[in-house]
Every structure is written in C-alpha cells, then in structure tokens.
Ligand binder design. Structure first.
Ligand SMILES: Cc1cc2nc3c(=O)[nH]c(=O)nc-3n(C[C@H](O)[C@H](O)[C@H](O)COP(=O)(O)OP(=O)(O)OC[C@H]3O[C@@H](n4cnc5c(N)ncnc54)[C@H](O)[C@@H]3O)c2cc1C
Length: 471
C-alpha cells in the first residue's frame, strides 16, 4: 500500500472537471471541457493512456485483423487458389508486431492531444472520498483532487466466472489474446457476441479449426437476418463449427490428453487445443468507492444515466462502456464529449437511429438505421434494393464475390430507412447511407449521383436501381 501523503488543499488540485479513465469516453470528455477553457484532470490507473480501446480492445483486435487479412492472402484466393497465402507459416509474433506498432503510435497521438489541450494526467487508481474529493493512489503515494464536476469513464473488463479456470495460456479471455505465444491448432470460443465472433473469424481465417459455442440459438440479434445467414455461411466455408443453443456447464484442462474441453448441458464434450472465454464484460465501477457518494450501480457494475449522461448525483456524469449498450469506442467518444457539453451548458445530442454499427468479423458487417425485422414488428411498410459485390467491378477486383449491400426504403416517399452491408469495407461505405438518412434523403439521390468507378460505394447506386425497379 502506498504511504499516505497529506492532502493538498491548495488551488492547484482543484479542477472544473475530473475524468476517471483515459479511454475514448474519458479523452473526449476531457478535451471537450479543455476546449471550453476549463481546468481538467484525467486519472488513469494504467501506466499508459488509451483505455481498453488502445491496449486490449479495438485497436489491437482490428490491427490483428488487418495483419491476418494481409498475411493469409484470404481475399486473393479467389484468383490464386485456395492454397494461396502471402506467408506460409504465420506466427503470433507476426500479428503482434503490427498491433504493437499501431498501439505505440496511437498512444503518442492521444498523449499529444491531451498535452496540447493542457489536460493534466494523473497516473494512479482513483476513488471517491466524498462527493467532490477524489483520491489517486499511485506508487508515489496518495494525491487528493477536488472537482466541481466528474465524468466516470472507467470502462469494463472481461467478466469471469469462478468455474472457468482462465490461465491466460490455454484458457484465455479477450484481454489475453495478444499475450498468446503461439497460434493454437484448434480453438473453442465460448460466447458468440461481437468479440467472440470477431476473434473466431480471425482465427478461422488463419486456418485454426474453430468451434463456437453459445447458449443463445441465434447470433447478433440486432443485425439483419440475411446478413447473419451470409456470415454463418462464410464462416462455415472457413471451417468454423457452430454449436448454438448449447449451454457450457464446465471448462477444464485434460492433463493426460494435453487438451482443453468444454462440457455442454446437452451431454456433449468439445475438445480443443485452447479456449477463448468471451462471455460479457464487467464494469470497473466497483473500484471507485461509489458508496462514498451514494451512487448505486446495477448487478454488472453499470451506471444508470439520463439522456445527458448525468447520474443521480447532478455533478457526476458517466460515459462509455460503464453505462452499457452499445459499448463501442465510437459511441463512447461521443458520449464523453456530450457529457462535458452538458456539464458546461453547451447543447448536443446523439440521434439514436443514426448510430452506425461495425462488426469486424471476416467478412465485415456494418449497418445504420432500421432493420427489416424492426419495421415488420412496427408495421411500417418498406421495400428493399440489393447490390451484390459480385456485380460490381470493384467487388470482383477485390476478390469479394459474397458481399452485398441492402437498402431499406419507404416505398411511398422513397426515403432511406436503413443500410445493411456484409463484405469488404462495409464499415467505411456505410457512412454514405448514414449521411443520406441524417439529411432525410431518398434513394433517388443514389440513382442521380455519379459515383467514382470502380468503387464499392457504387453499390448504393446499384441497390437503389434494384429497389426502384420493384415499385
Ligand atoms: C476485443 C474488443 C474489440 C473491440 N472492438 C471495437 C471496435 O471495433 N469498434 C468499436 O467502436 N469498439 C470496439 N470495442 C469496444 C471499445 O474498446 C470500448 O467501447 C471502448 O474502449 C470504451 O471506452 P471507455 O472510454 O468507456 O473505456 P475504456 O476504453 O475501457 O477505458 C477505461 C479506462 O479507465 C481506467 N480506469 C478504470 N477504473 C479506474 C480507476 N478507478 N482509476 C483510474 N483509472 C481507471 C482503465 O484503466 C481504462 O484505461 C472493442 C472492445 C473489445 C474488448
């Protein structure tokens, strides 16, 4: 335990805003307040800033994916045959080398942004002492900070189960993927949420024999069903085995056979060389001494906020993964910024139907706006238009003959209601549809607009023509 240092009651340690956590939500909350000329401190308990996003989540996993796509030559196989690979034997070191490089640069960018905006960063573990005082415990001792306002952006960690013997080597969670020394030959993935699916598809693309287990009978409930079917088909093509609607009752390591196993409630046992446990995340709010300010989180530690990200205590806000769904880096940044805007009286909001979702499986999925399922449930009439990547010159050049883009629109007004894409660069091109929905546009915009050729963006035009032909 660090030795207590007397509380500094001087004005130096009094801030307009104290932010707990330096992930996307914390960074943007801090920078927004600093731009409003407020005195801001960020407290981060890890030695380096950036949060889960930079260290174990978004950045490493997406760089890992890029490295896999490049080295495995997966997309090129349409032309050069199933056996094609840029590098014959791909090691964990090949993949980690690239993520480490990107992470290092990303950390420098964030540090420079905070420094430029004169945000003071404290390294240490933050906890409330009272409604306006926070204690920061580091190797150097204790520091007391006083804040007029707080943004809690402490994020989450992988949820663990006492029955799952995670050792970080053969049985590991998503934070530990990048510490693996070698690629397993077979991998069991428990949990088919976004993280489980993304890693399952990445390992499958590397030729690892993947078995995916989930107690839910269907995948990605918020995603268009046709897209989910296409994902399942393409993952099966990569050799992935799905065991859905199957509850895992125990996981262990069989010393004799040198294999891990997962026992299912149905009586089956699945064996593999390694197991990734990706069942949910637990909020870090339990380490903040919230009792001192009378704030009560829910069972998984999530904090309840209103539309302005304000908790039940008016000068304490929360943003990012600690407030739950959608728990994305993209939305966390915006929530952090909006929390600061509200604290300091600047208006702003996130239009709920305009959040784009990106699922970086191989193949990639992205969507914005309504799904067919939602509209059917709400009895809203709609028509669809589809463009298949195989019909696009660019799709053929890239070797993606499975991708497609679906537009959902109102058949009377022709207003665009939703865009759903599976295939290369889905998460990039979805923003074209997002802009048109935001501006209340119709699919005639795509019909009447010249797109660069050849591009995947051209899919919007092809899908619009397909939709208009149906009317
Ligand atoms: C494997 C994986 C892949 C992902 N991929 C994507 C993706 O492709 N796209 C996307 O948009 N999102 C993705 N996400 C989600 C994204 O990483 C999170 O939504 C985002 O990081 C949340 O940001 P945050 O600021 O809320 O918290 P975090 O990034 O979790 O940061 C919280 C910070 O608070 C610090 N902290 C916690 N408690 C304390 C304390 N008491 N004192 C001081 N510091 C504290 C932590 O050390 C941490 O650095 C992914 C997540 C994972 C796990």
């Amino acid at each position: 335990m660090p030795s207590p240092r007397p509380a500094d009651t001087g004005s130096n340690n009094i801030y307009d805003l104290i932010v707990v956590g330096s992930g996307p939500a914390g960074q943007k909350a801090a920078i927004c307040a600093a731009k409003l000329r407020k005195k801001v401190a960020v407290i981060e308990r890890k030695r380096t800033i950036g949060g889960v996003c930079v260290h174990t989540g978004t950045i490493p996993s997406k760089t890992f994916r890029e490295a896999i796509l490049y080295l495995s030559g997966l997309r090129q196989r349409t032309f050069y045959g199933r056996g094609y690979a840029l590098k014959e034997t791909i090691s964990m070191q090949d993949l980690i080398f690239r993520s480490d490089a990107v992470m290092a640069r990303e950390i420098e960018v964030i540090k420079a942004q905070l420094r430029r905006n004169r945000v003071t960063v404290y390294e240490g573990n933050a906890r409330f002492l009272d409604a306006h005082t926070m204690e920061v415990a580091s190797d150097d001792g204790l520091t007391m900070l006083r804040g007029h306002n707080f943004v809690i952006a402490c994020g989450t960690r992988p949820a663990h189960d006492a029955e799952i013997p995670i050792d970080g080597k053969r049985i590991f969670d998503s934070d530990q993927v990048h510490d693996l020394e070698e690629l397993p030959r077979e991998l069991i993935v428990v949990g088919a949420g976004i993280i489980g699916l993304e890693y399952a598809s990445m390992f499958a693309a590397l030729g690892v024999k993947v078995t995916l287990l989930d107690q839910r009978p269907t995948l990605l409930d918020f995603v268009d069903r046709e897209i989910v079917e296409s994902l399942l088909f393409q993952l099966r093509q990569l050799g992935t085995v799905f065991r859905l609607g199957e509850k895992v009752v125990s996981v262990g390591f069989d010393q004799e056979r040198d294999r891990v196993f997962a026992k299912l409630e149905s009586g089956k046992t699945v064996h593999g060389a390694a197991l990734l446990y990706a069942v949910g995340r637990q909020a870090n709010s339990d380490q903040l001494n919230l009792e001192a300010i009378g704030l009560v989180p829910d069972g998984r530690g999530k904090l309840i906020v209103d539309e302005n990200f304000q908790t039940a205590i008016p000068h304490v806000y929360a943003a990012g993964d600690v407030i739950g769904f959608p728990a994305l880096a993209s939305t966390s940044m915006e929530q952090g910024r909006l929390a600061s805007c509200h604290i300091f009286g600047v208006p702003g909001n996130i239009p709920p139907n305009l959040i784009p979702y990106g699922v970086y499986t191989i193949p990639e999925i992205s969507m914005v706006g309504a799904t067919e399922e939602q509209l059917t449930r709400d009895r809203v009439p709609y028509e669809i238009g589809i463009a298949r990547y195989a019909e696009l010159a660019k799709g053929q050049m890239l070797g993606d003959d499975q991708g497609f883009l679906k537009l959902i629109f109102d058949p009377s007004s022709l207003k665009l209601l939703g865009v759903h894409i599976i295939g290369d660069r889905a998460a990039e091109i979805v923003h074209i549809g997002q802009a048109v929905i935001a501006l209340g546009g119709t699919i005639e915009y795509f019909r009447d607009t010249v797109f660069n050729y050849p591009t995947l963006a051209e899919a919007f035009k092809v899908a619009a023509l397909d939709g208009l032909n149906k009317l």
